[in-house]
Design a protein around this ligand. Sequence first.
Ligand code: SAM
Length: 238
Amino acid sequence: RNARQCAPFTLTTIGYVESDYPDKFGIPRQPGLAPAADASLVLVPPYNDPLTVRGLEDFSHLWVSFIFHQSPERWTPLVRPPRLGGNRKVGVFASRSTHRPNRLGLSLVKLAGIEARHGVRLKLEGCDLVNGTPVVDIKPYLPWAEARPDASAGFAPEAPALLNVSFSQDALETLTMRADSTTLHALITQVLGQDPRPAYKRAEESGRVYGVRLRDVDVKFCALQNDEATTLNVVAID
Ligand code: SAM
């Protein structure tokens, strides 16, 4: 049979992600950039048989294939990567855009543990997925085959530069009252350090207060600019 005549494929959800990110906004653009972000991948029947993950505990990292379920189904041949300031276009297949045919995503994540007594729950670290993301496959990562430090990486040659992050007294007081204050402080610092503000708005709206939801809180922040650097200041944690 000619490949062009192939019938469409159907994918089945094998599990869902529970993550520290209730919304798309603010999530770092690749995995590993906010290691304090905790997530679980919860398998669903019939894939939640503990046999499906036997041996997986010996691997430190996984490839997770998922669906960008919060992206529209429409796609275009050219996209505007935020990395290029949101105004230059590249081909959709030259990007990691979420607006793509089939809406398939691929993230390399750290496996922090496996709970497989009643069903299967994989504990993940540093994932870049919104809460509720449907997962369609999992594979162990093989560094000897898949790590290529000498590879060229086009318009994204290195990890983005980090912004400074500061906290108002109010925000710090709210944090100290929480049981997860240390990890939440780290998560906020790592997420805001990536500068989640839309690229095209940064210059024109420097005084604006933004909000990003992390875990069960709404983090309000604004940009403080001086000659040398931009700092994102956490104004409040509600
Ligand atoms: N590492 C993956 C890849 O390369 O396929 C994802 C990269 S994509 C640029 C990362 C962004 O996807 C995040 O910043 C977040 O805004 C968005 N995102 C995460 N989960 C999503 C979902 N389920 N549906 C739509 N967008 C999602």
